[in-house]
Design a binder for this molecule. Structure first.
Ligand code: SF4
Ligand code: SF4
Length: 155
C-alpha cells in the first residue's frame, strides 16, 4: 500500500485506507512514513484535505454501469427423488445483499437486491443451484460497450 494507492481508493469512494498488515510487516515507522507521503502527495496534487479527495473520481465513472445478469436455476431434487439440495445454507450465507432465501424446497432470489455476482453459485457443493448468463437486450449491450471502453481508457 502506497500513498498513491490510498488516494486512489479514497477518490473511488473509500472513507479511509487500512494499513494494519503493512504496519505489522514493516513496523510502525511505516505508518509515519505513509502519513508523510500522503500529505506530500496530496499537496502535489493540489488537495488540502482527505475530505476533498474522497469520492473525487466518481463523476468520471459511467452513470449507469453494466452488470451482466444471470438466469438462476434451482433443482431441489435429483431425478430419483432424492434431495439434491442438502439445505446447507451456503448460498444464502454467501450473499452479502440478503437477496437469497431458502425454505426447502422453495428458493427465492430478490432480483431488486441481487447484484449478479455469482457467489451463491460458486459455493453450492451439490450443483443444486446453477446459473447462466441471461440473454442481453440492446440496452445491455450498449451499456456493456460503454463500460468496456471506460475501463479500457485506463490502459
Ligand atoms: S448472485 Fe450474488 S447477489 Fe445475487 S443472490 Fe447470488 S450471491 Fe446474492
Ligand atoms: S448451497 Fe446448494 S445445497 Fe446448499 S442450500 Fe444452497 S442450493 Fe442447497
Amino acid at each position: 500500500m502506497s500513498a498513491d494507492n490510498a488516494i486512489e481508493y479514497m477518490m473511488a469512494g473509500a472513507m479511509g485506507a487500512g494499513i494494519c498488515t503493512v504496519g505489522i510487516l514493516k513496523g510502525v515507522e511505516y505508518v509515519e512514513k505513509m502519513c508523510y507521503d500522503l500529505s506530500k502527495r496530496l499537496a502535489e496534487l493540489g488537495y488540502h484535505s482527505i475530505e476533498e479527495v474522497n469520492r473525487a473520481a466518481l463523476p468520471n465513472f459511467p452513470k449507469k454501469e453494466y452488470v451482466s445478469k444471470l438466469d438462476f436455476h434451482f433443482e431441489p431434487y435429483k431425478e430419483d427423488g432424492k434431495k439434491k439440495c442438502i439445505s446447507c445454507g451456503k448460498c444464502v450465507a454467501a450473499c452479502c445483499y440478503d437477496a437469497r432465501t431458502l425454505s426447502f424446497p422453495e428458493m427465492h432470489v430478490d432480483l431488486d437486491k441481487c447484484r449478479f455476482c455469482g457467489l451463491c453459485l460458486d459455493v453450492c457443493p451439490t450443483g443444486a443451484l446453477t446459473g447462466k448468463r441471461a440473454p442481453q437486450t440492446q440496452e445491455d449491450l450498449e451499456l456493456e460497450r460503454k463500460s468496456i471502453e471506460f475501463y479500457a481508457s485506463f490502459n
